[in-house]
Structures are given as C-alpha cells and as structure tokens.
Design a protein around this ligand. Structure first.
Ligand code: OOG
Ligand code: NI
Length: 268
C-alpha cells in the first residue's frame, strides 16, 4: 500500500496516460487554455467480485490513505456493483470502484474469469503497485471476443487488468470553461468523440452532477496469441452543484454512471 496519495495518483496517471494518448493531449489543451493546473474530480477502477481481487481489496489501498466509504450504486443489467470513496481533505480525487457480479453471469464466462483471477497472487494485490499493475494473466484474443459477447466490462478487464480506466477533470476548478456543453464543444473541435449514450450531457443540476466523457482511445494490446487494437481508457469531465447545506455534492449518479461505463464499448 502507498503511504502518500500524491505518489499513488501520479503512478495511476502514468499508467493511464501510456494507453490513453487523447487524455494527455486534452489535458495539455485545457492546461494551456487555463494557465493553471487541472484538478481531478475522480478516477475509476474496475474488478471482478472474486477473491483476492474483489472491490474491498482495491478499496483497502484508499482506506489506508484515510479515504472513507461513500455511496453504493447498482447496475442490474450490466451485473455490476460499485461504491465511491472520498477523502476528508477535499482536494484529493474521489474514487469510484466497480466489480462484476460474476456469479450472475453464464457458466462459460464464470469459468473464464475464474481462470484469469486464479493467476493473481494474493500478495500482489496488497503491493504498492497493484492498482496500476495491469494484467496478471494470459488471455488470447478469441477469449476476449467471447467475453465481449456477454459483457463489454469483462472483456475490458481481461484485456487491461488493473489501471485507472479514466481520470476526470473537475469543471468546478476551471476558469475558461463553465459547463459540460462548452467542454464537449472543445473536445469535438479537436476531433474527439464524445460518448453520446443517453445524451452527451449526463445528469442535470437537479441530480447535482453533470458529466461527459470521450469515447475510449483505441490502442494495440498484446494478447497471448496476437496484438490487436481495441478500446483502452477515456477522459471524463464533471461539474458538481451545491447541496442545500452549501457543500458540493460528492456522490455519483447511477443513471449517468450506467452510460459512462459504455465509453469503453467497442461500438460499430
Ligand atoms: C465507471 C463508470 C461510472 C461515473 O463517473 O459515474 C463513472 C467505469 O467506467 O468504470 O465513472
Ligand atoms: Ni467517472
């Protein structure tokens, strides 16, 4: 486990950046427009609900840094469960961790995923670098395709393993851009594809959270048998509104999250 959150987030960004060239470019564009550092609202991690890699084991890395558990979110159709974590020091990014409810999936998917997870050493999960350690298993492209038919999430996990699947720019901390549509316009002007599932702006002021995201980059990944270009990670943007007590809402919105998961879908 890391003892310093800044180092953990730097390492997570480094591993994310390596497979998400658009995030680094957009980060630079925004940084140049703003003339100040870009603040992260949150990051997200994915896993399977099997020992030793279940959500709780990933969360332990943040609890040991003083993070506390926030809300819970259910995604019945996608067979996912998620929780968010936040730190009392509000400048640290929130963390959204989800897990695939493997027992609800087909026997075929279950046996593939169990075979992958069996290859993860329990000691590796507690190690400093686990959250950005990538894949701990061999998987061939045919298996990835099979998983994809049933769960885009399972296929993504099989290909990419442990890494942040997105970082999220806090629009509240920007000066030149005040709304999600303005950000979406900037993204499109630079040729990036905005996730349009459920609309390009997810959530509303009534939800206290508005979000948008790019569609994941497509980069080559080395499967056990061949190298193929597939969706990697994406960049997200979030604008939070104050609750009646004046504090910014710090939770997530399940209906919006449900669509944001689709930013890593293979599409047409
Ligand atoms: C997480 C999707 C949900 C949000 O901000 O609601 C999310 C994922 O794709 O793993 O990031
Ligand atoms: Ni997110």
């Amino acid at each position: 486990m890391h003892t310093d959150p800044d180092t953990l987030f730097e390492r997570l960004w480094e591993s994310y950046r390596q497979v998400t060239p658009s995030a680094e470019r957009i980060h630079k564009i925004l940084g140049a427009e703003e003339g100040q550092a870009i603040v992260n609202d949150h990051i997200a991690l994915r896993t399977f609900n099997l020992d030793p890699v279940r959500l709780d084991a990933l969360a332990e890395h943040f609890l040991s840094l003083g993070y506390r558990q926030g809300g819970e979110y259910h995604f019945e159709a996608k067979k996912l469960y998620a929780r968010h974590y936040e730190h009392p020091s509000l400048e640290l990014p929130k963390v959204f961790i989800s897990e695939l409810l493997v027992e609800q999936c087909s026997p075929e998917l279950q046996s593939v995923v169990k075979r992958l997870v069996e290859q993860v050493r329990p000691e590796a999960v507690a190690a400093d670098d686990f959250l950005y350690s990538g894949r701990h298993w061999q998987v061939d492209y045919g298996t990835y395709r099979e998983l994809m038919k049933e769960s885009e999430y399972a296929a993504w996990m099989a290909a990419w393993g442990y890494r942040a699947n997105h970082f999220t720019v806090s629009i509240n901390h920007l000066d030149q851009f005040r709304s999600v549509p303005e950000i979406n316009q900037l993204l499109k002007a630079h040729g990036y594809k905005v996730n349009a599932s459920g609309g390009e702006v997810k959530g509303s002021p009534e939800d206290l959270l508005e979000q948008s995201s790019t569609m994941a980059d497509r980069v080559p990944v080395a499967f056990a048998d061949q190298t193929v270009t597939i969706p990697s990670c994406f960049y997200e943007f979030a604008l939070r509104y104050p609750k009646p007590d004046g504090q910014l809402y710090s939770g997530f919105v399940a209906a919006s999250a449900d669509k944001i998961f689709e930013s890593t879908n293979a599409g047409s």
